[in-house]
Design a protein around this ligand. Structure first.
Ligand SMILES: Cc1cc2nc3c(=O)[nH]c(=O)nc-3n(C[C@H](O)[C@H](O)[C@H](O)COP(=O)(O)O)c2cc1C
Length: 210
């Protein structure tokens, strides 16, 4: 069955990097295009880390920070991904918007956000998300889904009529990027790829075969 699944890409659009020294500008444009097209989870990205035993581990997270040289996300600081980053700061990130026929791949080095930034973001989140972050022992074994629901209610009750404090186990990571590749679909699998790499203190732009 899977052999018959086939998408013919038509027009992801030409890739024009406006300024190689601002490699994330085009990513910002593409996320805006995804938002303007009402795509669900326009800022979702697949984050890959390397675990202590040398295996890559990938999972989706939400992009919540972007500037000229770095991107960032928020998570549990005792999760598997956090342990991986503690051990190996090198990470990879992939975005894919199928209906736009666009993909972006990034390599970079991750480090924890300051507590000020985390606190600021925590305060901006809906209360139920704050309660979930407070309650979840992300990546640890859970006996039953009922236990999670019970623990959620305990946290809710504990902080009734109060603000949910920022848990010590919750935070985020910025990723300083050192390479980025833009991909755009074209007919007959002749897709466009443009790679930007930071080498000897400058951004080098190259086109790649698909
Ligand atoms: C679309 C989507 C977005 C997600 N965003 C986040 C996120 O921003 N932060 C997070 O910790 N987990 C997020 N998750 C859950 C992760 O994929 C993952 O299950 C969780 O972080 C545990 O990963 P780990 O055990 O490898 O640390 C998201 C999942 C999906 C499907």
């Amino acid at each position: 069955m899977v052999r018959e699944i086939r998408v013919d890409y038509r027009d992801g659009g030409p890739i024009t990097v406006p300024n190689a020294n601002k490699p994330l500008e085009l990513l910002k444009d593409w996320i805006k295009e995804a938002v303007d097209n009402n795509l669900i989870e326009a800022n979702a990205m697949c984050l890959s880390t390397v675990s202590k035993d040398g295996f890559p581990r990938s999972r989706m997270v939400l992009l919540k920070h972007i500037n000229d040289s770095e991107i960032g996300f928020f998570t549990n600081l005792e999760s598997d991904k956090a342990h991986d980053i503690e051990y190996n700061e090198n990470v990879a990130v992939t975005f894919f918007w199928p209906s736009l026929e666009k993909q972006v791949r990034i390599l970079g080095k991750a480090s924890e956000f300051s507590r000020e930034i985390v606190f600021d973001y925590h305060n901006s989140r809906p209360r139920l998300s704050q309660i979930a972050a407070y309650t979840s022992f992300q990546s640890k074994e859970l006996e039953s889904i009922g236990k999670l629901d019970d623990e959620f209610r305990v946290t809710e009750e504990k902080f009734k009529d109060q603000e949910i404090p920022l848990p010590n186990h919750w935070g985020g990571y910025k990723i300083i990027i050192h390479s980025i590749e833009y991909w755009s679909g074209r007919p007959s699998r002749l897709h466009e790829r443009v790679s930007l790499k930071f080498i000897n203190n400058e951004w080098i732009e190259k086109r790649l075969y698909p």
